[in-house]
Ligand binder design. Structure first.
Ligand code: BES
Ligand code: ZN
Length: 631
C-alpha cells in the first residue's frame, strides 16, 4: 500500500493548505479548505475505500454494521490516530490490520456534540492499512427513517431509507464525514427476505430478493452520497440505462411521469459532456421523504409529490440529474462551498429544461426561482445572503436557503449572458473535466474562473463584480433578470382581479400551466384576500382539491393566511400525509402567527410527528418553540 496521498484530490488539498495565492482584492476568509463540520483529519490519514457489512433490523430499528476502511497516511502524519465521525453510534469494537490478520485496537469515543456527533479515535501505527469498526446505529439516527407498513403505499411491509447530506452519514456509518474525502465502496446488506435493497452504487435491475444484497461502487464519492433504501420495491425501465424504482401502487404513474429521463440525460450530455456514472435510476420514496430530491449517485431519491400527472414538476429530475456533473463529479470541499454544488446545479437544471421543454417553460421556471429568492432576501440577515456563507458554529443544514441555489445560478447566468453561451458552455465543460472526481473550494473555483474565463476576456470581465457576487450580501448591479411574457399576462389578470376590475368568472385560465398557476397564487403572497373571495376562487378552480402538490401547498398557505376555513381539514391532512420540509415549514410558520393557529399547529404536529423524518420533525419543532419563546 502506498503511504502517500497520491490522488489528484489528495495532493491538491495538501498543496492548497501551504501555498498562499489569494490576490489582494479579495476578502480573506481563513482556512478556505478546512472543514468545520468534521472531526476527521484527512490531511494526516485518509480513507480511500469502505467495505460495509450491514444487517437491517426492522424490529429494533437499527443497523448492525461492520465498516472496514482502507486508509492512506500522509508522509508527515507521524503517529496520528484515525479520527472518524460518528453520531449516536454504539461502538462495539475496533480492529486494525497492516496487511495480515486484524488485531484489537485501542479506541476512544469523544464527547457528543449536538449536531457534529462524537469523534471516534482509533489508535493505528504507520503500517496500518485497514481499520475495522463493529457498531450499531441508534433508533433515532438522524440520517435514517424507519417506516411502519402503514406509512408506505403498499401498507404491508416496512421501509427504510437514508438521507446522508449534509452530515448525517455519520449517524449510520463511522467514516470521515467530510465532502473533501472521496472513497470507493463495496457493501453487503442483509434484509428481510421479502424486501429489495438499493444503494448509491451499481444496482442490478434484475436483482432477486434473497435477503442478501452485494453492492459495488467503483467511482470515488464523498460520504454525503452514501445511500441505502430497503422496501417492497419494483423496477420499471425507461431506457437502456435509466429506470424507476417505486412501490407497486406507485410504479406506473411514476414511470409515466419520468418517461423523459433518457432525453434529459442526453440533453445534459450534449451540454456538459458524457454522463460518467453508468446507470441513472430514480427511486420514488414514500411521502415522508424530507426533501424534493437527493442526488445519490446512480440512484436519485425523489419525493412522490413531484408526480403531478402531467410532468409539470419534473424540473426536480433535471436538477438531481444535473448533480451528476455539479456536485457528484465536482464536489464542494466544505459546506461553505455548497453554492458550487447547488448554484451550478440550478443553472444546469434550467438549461436542461430549456433544451427539453423550450424557452417558454424554462423562463417561467427561472422567474419562479427569482421570486422565491427575492422573498428570501427580504427575510435573511445579510451574512446569510453571501454565497461563500459563514457556517461557523452552525449546522450546515442551515445553509440550505435560496442563496446557494438561486443567487448561485443567477451568478452563472449573468456570466453566460455577458460572455455568450458558446464561450460559457465551453468554460463549464472544461471546468467539469478539469476537476472531475475532485472536491474543490470556492478559491479553487475563483482561480479557475479567472484563468479560463475572466483573464481571457478582460473587457467583458470588467463588467462583472464577481467578488461581490461571492463575498457580499444581496444581488450586485447587472444581475441577469429572467422574464416571462406568459407571466406578464398572468400578473395582469391577478392585479385586475385583486382590484375587483375582473370578476372571478372572467379570469382567463384555460391552458394555464402549473407554473402560471403558481405565479398567479404567488401574486397574493403580499396581498390579503378576504375569505369570501378565496371561496370564489375555490368554487371555480377547485384548488383545495388540486392533485398538484406545489399548487396545493401554495393554495393552502393562502387559505391559512386569509382565514379561509373551508380548507382547514385539507391543511391538516396535507401536513399529516406529506413530510417534505419545503411544504411543512411555510405552513407551520403561517399557522403559528395566531394563538388559535398555534394551537392547531401543535395538535396537527402531535398527530403527524411520528410519521415525519427526524430532519423535518426538528424543523417543525423549532418553528413551534421559537414562536412560544416570542410570546
Ligand atoms: N442536494 C439537495 C438536497 C439537500 C441539500 C439535502 C442539502 C440536504 C442538505 C438536492 O439536490 C436538492 O437541492 N433538492 C431540492 C430540490 C431541487 C429541485 C431544488 C429539494 O429537496 O427541495
Ligand atoms: Zn440540489
Amino acid at each position: 500500500m502506498n503511504r502517500r496521498a497520491t490522488s489528484a484530490a489528495g495532493a491538491c488539498l495538501l498543496l492548497v493548505s501551504c501555498v498562499s495565492r489569494k490576490p489582494a482584492e479579495e476578502p480573506k476568509p481563513m482556512n478556505m479548505n478546512s472543514d468545520l463540520h468534521s472531526y476527521s483529519q484527512p490531511g494526516k490519514v485518509r480513507v480511500r475505500h469502505l467495505d460495509l457489512e450491514c444487517d437491517v433490523n426492522f424490529a429494533k430499528k437499527i443497523l448492525e454494521g461492520v465498516a472496514t476502511l482502507t486508509i492512506e497516511h500522509a508522509l508527515d502524519a507521524g503517529a496520528a490516530p484515525l479520527i472518524l465521525d460518528t453520531r449516536d453510534l454504539v461502538i462495539d469494537k475496533a480492529e486494525i490490520s497492516s496487511g495480515g490478520d486484524f488485531k484489537d485496537a485501542v479506541f476512544h469515543l469523544g464527547p457528543a456534540h449536538e449536531y457534529l456527533g462524537a469523534p471516534l479515535s482509533v489508535e493505528i501505527t504507520p503500517a496500518t492499512t485497514r481499520v475495522r469498526v463493529h457498531y450499531s446505529t441508534s433508533p433515532n439516527a438522524s440520517g435514517l427513517q424507519w417506516l411502519d407498513p402503514a406509512q408506505t403505499a403498499g401498507k404491508s411491509h416496512p421501509f427504510l431509507f437514508t438521507q446522508s447530506q449534509a452530515i448525517h452519514a455519520r449517524s449510520w456509518i463511522p467514516l470521515q464525514d467530510s465532502p473533501a474525502v472521496r472513497f470507493t465502496y463495496d457493501a453487503r446488506v442483509r434484509t428481510p427476505q421479502a424486501l429489495l435493497a438499493l444503494m448509491s452504487a451499481e444496482n442490478d435491475p434484475k436483482a432477486r430478493r434473497s435477503g442478501e444484497f452485494a453492492f459495488h461502487m467503483p467511482l470515488a464519492i464523498p460520504s454525503y452520497l452514501m445511500a441505502l433504501a430497503v422496501g417492497d420495491l419494483v423496477f420499471h425501465p425507461v431506457s437502456e440505462r435509466a429506470g424507476i424504482y417505486a412501490e407497486r401502487p406507485v410504479i406506473d404513474k411514476a414511470a409515466k411521469e419520468f418517461e423523459d429521463t433518457e432525453k434529459m440525460i442526453e440533453a445534459a450530455e450534449t451540454l456538459f459532456g458524457p454522463y460518467r456514472w453508468g446507470r441513472y435510476d430514480i427511486l420514488v420514496l414514500p411521502p415522508s421523504f424530507p426533501f424534493g430530491g437527493m442526488e445519490n449517485p446512480k440512484l436519485t431519491f425523489a419525493t412522490p409529490t413531484v408526480i403531478a400527472g402531467d410532468k409539470s414538476l419534473v424540473s426536480l429530475i433535471s436538477h438531481e440529474l444535473a448533480h451528476s456533473w455539479s456536485g457528484n463529479l465536482v464536489t464542494n470541499a466544505t459546506w461553505r462551498d455548497f453554492w458550487l454544488n447547488e448554484g451550478f446545479t440550478t443553472y444546469i437544471e434550467l438549461r436542461i429544461q430549456e433544451k427539453l421543454y423550450g424557452k417558454r417553460r424554462a423562463s417561467m421556471e427561472a422567474v419562479l426561482g427569482r421570486e422565491t429568492l427575492d422573498r428570501n432576501l427580504r427575510d435573511l440577515p445579510e451574512p446569510d445572503q453571501i454565497l461563500y456563507v459563514d457556517l461557523a458554529g452552525r449546522d450546515p443544514d442551515e445553509g440550505m436557503t435560496e442563496i446557494p441555489y438561486v443567487k448561485g445560478a443567477l451568478f452563472l447566468r449573468t456570466l453566460e449572458e455577458n460572455f455568450g453561451r458558446e464561450r460559457f458552455d465551453n468554460f463549464i465543460r472544461g471546468y467539469f473535466d478539469h476537476f472531475a472526481f475532485q472536491s474543490i473550494t470556492t478559491q479553487q473555483f475563483i482561480d479557475y474562473l479567472k484563468e479560463n474565463l475572466l483573464d481571457r476576456n478582460k473587457p467583458i470581465a470588467a463588467r462583472i463584480p464577481w467578488q461581490d457576487w461571492i463575498f457580499q450580501p444581496g444581488l450586485p448591479a447587472g444581475a441577469a433578470q429572467p422574464s416571462s411574457d406568459a407571466f406578464e399576462k398572468v400578473r395582469g389578470q391577478a392585479r385586475r382581479w385583486f382590484k375587483r376590475e375582473l370578476a372571478t368568472a372572467n379570469l382567463q385560465t384555460a391552458g394555464w400551466t402549473t407554473q402560471e398557476w403558481l405565479h398567479f397564487l404567488l401574486f397574493f403572497d403580499s396581498n390579503q384576500i378576504d375569505a369570501g373571495r378565496m371561496a370564489d376562487l375555490d368554487a371555480r378552480f377547485h384548488l383545495t382539491e388540486s392533485g398538484n402538490a406545489e399548487i396545493l401547498a401554495q393554495w393552502l398557505l393562502l387559505a391559512t393566511r386569509n382565514g379561509y376555513s373551508a380548507a382547514d381539514r385539507k391543511v391538516e391532512n396535507f401536513l399529516i400525509s406529506v413530510g417534505r420540509r419545503k411544504f411543512l415549514k411555510p405552513l407551520y410558520e403561517e399557522l403559528v402567527k395566531t394563538p388559535e393557529g398555534h394551537r392547531r399547529a401543535e395538535a396537527i404536529f402531535a398527530k403527524a410527528k411520528s410519521g415525519y423524518h427526524p430532519i423535518s420533525a426538528a424543523s417543525v419543532t423549532e418553528i413551534l418553540t421559537k414562536e412560544l419563546e416570542n410570546k
